[in-house]
Design a protein around this ligand. Sequence first.
Ligand code: SF4
Length: 262
Amino acid sequence: MGVEKFQEKLIELIGPMESLGDDRTVGWNGSYFDGVHPQKQAGLNYVGLSVPVGRTNSDEFDALADLADKYGDGKIRTTISQNLILTGVPDDKLEDLLKEPVLQRLTPDPKRFMSRTVSCTGNEFCNLAIVETKERARRVAKYLDENVQLEEPVRIHFIGCPNGCGQKSVADIGLQGSLIKTPDGMIDAFDIAVGGTLGPGAKYNTALKGRVKGEEVQLVLAQLINYYKETRVSAEESFHDFVQRVGTETMQSKLTEILAAS
Ligand code: SF4
């Protein structure tokens, strides 16, 4: 029949179809909701909490469930950035909620790099993993928070094998676990990819050549991010826009230079 004939026949049978309606797309922010935000319902708020590298435990979940009942509408939402949202919190309960002990770690006001680092499970619990990821991701984010001053968020995603459960392909900087041979045997290493995003201009990131030893990831990332910070045209230029402007070849040259000096 072909598409047009099929459509014609379908409309003949079911009548006119609903239009697509207004486009309400408001961009994509990586599913980050840190902080306190007003809801559509007057006087109510939702509170986005950061879960460092997406790892929590049953004690924290018990405490959060109690907080959701005590301060909110009894609901906890999860985000694809491995974080949590408490909803339906009235204005007059916000101050007391924010003082609760569990929110000191699962904070609505996280440090920059820790808040934007995502990791898959890695070899601690995943049979397919080639390397450890979660604890390494936490150490790398902590190092970057302590050593790189940057307001603009950079999304860093770790995965332990090519399956990509940590959404490495859409990260500003994606790290994929692998192994390299050294005189002392095989050791954990990572391939680095740069420039991924979703939303307008959606694009998978591009892998650079040059495998980075596991223990050197934080030093290499600090230098790559500082290069972005010092070379961007303005403080408003995001890491993604920067990579698109300078091109993958420039990022490759910088990584090659960093690795040669390490
Ligand atoms: S990306 Fe690989 S290592 Fe990580 S959780 Fe998925 S299958 Fe496991």
